[in-house]
Design a protein around this ligand. Structure first.
Ligand code: AP5
Length: 218
């Protein structure tokens, strides 16, 4: 099963992709996480992406496409059972290139899941999000707090706030979402593979809806 997770920043794509990928034995490929890893390691891609990401804008399609195709090729080589693409594609251009790539590789998408979350909810979620500095595990100060305030449960390190979770950058990211990414809902609807999850609810209820969508799909 190969899935794409769509939705505005803060809708819960990363949180729920992490859980579903474990349950269904899929590989979770989060474009933002891979880019942040490149920034941290100071690769050429990371250096090109760093300031763009800090402003909340999109990294150029060609860079992101090459990065994600390399990831998918390496999964295929390892014989993986499938993947969840989280935060990719994010423009019509990326979606069209992904289609061409998957056709060349004799692969296809099972579904594109739209996480339908309201603006008020995503702003509240992004403002309270904290992440582990070691592996990027996602917390929320109220909704998904760590056992000890401000400290990662797994690594015992202080939790961080993402640089692009500042109020001004959140505004830019939401505007970019509406202009460039939202049209993908229609793109995948026309392909007949769009599924919706009402994502304003708490994590267990959203997860339940997601699992119901794919209970009979391998
Ligand atoms: P990226 O890291 O992908 O950010 P995003 O799409 O803006 O998504 P987020 O990670 O902010 O939100 P999410 O939906 O995963 O929510 P989460 O699960 O964390 O991208 C960052 C940047 O990289 C981009 O701005 C761009 O510059 C670049 N980039 C990435 N992909 C690119 C591409 N394809 N092309 C070009 N550039 C690209 O949840 C948020 C919070 O809510 C957490 O605190 C969580 O604990 C909480 N929460 C989640 N679900 C629930 C729930 N159901 N109930 C209560 N709380 C919840």
């Amino acid at each position: 099963m190969n899935l794409v997770f769509l939705g505005p920043p803060g809708a819960g794509k990363g949180t729920h992709a992490e859980i579903l990928s474990k349950e269904k034995r899929l590989v979770h490929l989060a474009a933002g996480d891979i880019l942040r890893r490149n920034v941290k390691e100071g690769t050429e891609l990371g250096n090109q992406a760093k300031s763009i990401m800090a402003r909340g804008e999109l990294v150029p399609d060609a860079l992101v496409n090459d990065m994600m195709f390399a990831e998918i090729r390496s999964l295929k080589a390892k014989g993986s059972e499938g993947f969840i693409l989280d935060g990719y594609p994010r423009t019509i251009g990326q979606a069209e290139e992904l289609d061409r790539f998957l056709t060349r590789e004799k692969m296809s998408l099972t579904a594109a899941v739209n996480f339908d979350a309201s603006e008020a909810v995503v702003i509240e979620r992004l403002s309270g999000r904290r992440i582990c500095a070691v592996d990027g595990k996602i917390y929320h100060v109220r909704n998904m707090p760590p056992k000890t305030e401000g400290i990662c449960d797994c690594h015992g390190q202080p939790l961080l706030t993402r640089k692009d979770d500042q109020p001004e950058t959140i505004k830019t990211r939401l505007a970019v979402y509406h202009e460039s990414t939202k049209p993908l809902i229609d793109f995948y609807f026309r392909k007949g593979i769009l599924r919706h999850v009402a994502a304003d609810g708490d994590a267990p209820s959203v997860q339940k809806m997601l699992e119901k969508l794919f209970e009979n799909t391998r």
